[in-house]
Design a protein around this ligand. Structure first.
Ligand SMILES: [Zn+2]
Length: 78
């Protein structure tokens, strides 16, 4: 029996025998354990950290937007 595998890491192109991991978001396909630990996981963490930085539009919505209403004195009626 052979321990050769035709599974190939899509990141380092090494053939691996382990189950493998999804290589997203670095690459499509699957990658080996080493690349998962060294490349894919750090990339995911980085992506998560960037995602937690809320874009200004979101913070503007969550913060109480001051209502801009011109309070015109209605003294002069028609
Ligand atoms: Zn690899």
């Amino acid at each position: 029996m052979s321990e050769e595998s035709n599974k190939q890491c899509s990141i380092c192109f090494r053939r691996y025998t382990e189950f493998g991991h999804p290589a997203e978001p670095v690459k499509s396909g699957r990658c080996c354990n080493a690349c998962n630990d060294l490349v894919v996981i750090p990339a995911r963490l980085r992506a998560m950290r960037e995602a937690t930085v809320a874009p200004p539009a979101l913070t503007a919505v969550s913060a109480k937007a001051p209502r801009r209403r011109k309070a015109k004195p209605t003294g002069k009626a028609k």
